[in-house]
Design a protein around this ligand. Structure first.
Ligand code: UT7
Length: 319
């Protein structure tokens, strides 16, 4: 059974906050945020828009783009670090969509969560013969932002992205690599007040080291090399981390999808949101080799090599 992506969808909340808006709220500047991170704006959900709501919207769009009805979904797996821990966001999505026959649960691997969820879904499909699964990355980072800490408050945004996995692939999943190093847990965590605490420099150093390695590992796992890479969709945490990866891998900038300016860091939603954006703007063509790669709290990391078979996939973004 050859498993791949058969549909993709994404969702961003309407409420868009620019760096200039943040200047009015705290001691920061548009110039600092742009030059240190590449971020210009982020979407932050209103109080009445939950992680499950955003996940549901993205999932509906992914189902639509796959041309698959909810009755055909055997499992819903949601990667999130910002929803209440129970009930699982995936269960709320299941209820919202009426996916009665699906098994639903969440995975927790912070910003790498989407890749972990994709691997879990693929493994379950192979081991249990599930035919179609829904994989979601959804975050309301606004829930965790400490507005008294300017070094983290400016970095994050909310949103959701989803893919449907199945056999008649639009994009074949040729390899997935995952890893974690719990000794780095102290560098990025949620404190007892439920707010983000981060040692930015340590996470930055780790990310700059890890990103190129996992891109190469994912390519190698698919029997390919860096010369075969057509499109890189990296986790959107910091433009400088992406630039460092581009340089170390010797990539042309046009091959790399960058959405951080508009989305900021949306943790587990970042990769599917960026992938959806690339699809929407026709940045991926038939036959191309695409690598998605991310890292995050845990510390965790993950990457996957895809072969794109059908660039005509529709993506219902912010319809
Ligand atoms: O998804 C994975 C999670 N996270 C990441 O990948 C983040 C990785 N780390 C980073 O992206 C960067 O480390 C940051 C963007 C978080 C910080 O950039 P930096 O170049 O490492 O800055 P810094 O923390 O060394 O701070 C430099 C200066 C400090 O001032 P002094 O001590 O030099 O006077 C900070 O107080 O910038 C100051 N600063 C700010 N100034 C204006 C920190 N935050 C802000 C701010 N506005 N928002």
């Amino acid at each position: 059974m050859n498993i791949g992506i058969i549909g993709i969808g994404s969702f961003l909340p309407d409420n868009r906050i620019t760096n200039i808006d943040l200047e009015k709220r705290m001691d920061t500047s548009d110039e600092w945020i742009r030059t240190r991170t590449g971020i210009e704006a982020r979407h932050l959900a209103d109080a009445d828009l939950s992680v499950a709501d955003m996940a549901t919207h993205a999932a509906e769009r992914a189902l639509q783009s796959a041309g698959v009805s909810i009755e055909d979904i055997d499992a819903i797996i949601c990667a999130t670090a910002t929803a209440p821990s129970f009930p699982a966001t995936a269960c709320l999505v299941q209820a919202n969509l009426g996916a009665k026959q699906a098994v639903a649960f969440d995975v927790s691997a912070a910003c790498s969560g989407f890749i972990f969820a994709m691997d879990t879904a693929k493994s379950m499909m192979l081991a249990k013969g599930l035919k179609r699964t829904l994989v979601i990355g959804a975050e309301k980072m606004g829930n965790l932002i400490d507005w008294d800490d300017r070094s983290t408050a400016v970095l994050f945004g909310d949103g959701a992205g989803a893919v449907v996995l199945g056999e008649d692939q639009v994009a074949a999943i040729d390899s997935i690599v995952l890893g974690s190093d719990g000794t780095g847990g102290k560098f990025l965590y949620e404190n007892e007040e439920g707010k983000i605490v981060m040692n930015g420099r340590e996470v930055f150093k780790f990310a700059v080291r890890k990103m190129p390695d996992i891109v190469l590992e994912a390519l190698q796992g698919a029997g390919k090399s860096i010369d075969d890479l057509d499109v890189l969709v990296p986790h959107q945490a910091n433009r400088r981390i992406i630039d460092a990866a581009i340089e170390r891998l010797g990539l042309q900038e046009e091959k790399v999808v960058v959405t951080i300016q508009d989305h900021a860091n949306t943790s587990a939603a970042s990769i599917p949101l960026a992938l959806a954006e690339a699809v929407k703007h026709g940045k991926i063509s038939n036959g191309q080799t695409v690598v998605v790669a991310g890292f995050g709290a845990g510390l965790t990391w993950g990457a996957s090599c895809l072969t794109w078979n059908n660039a005509n996939i529709t993506e219902e973004i912010n319809a």
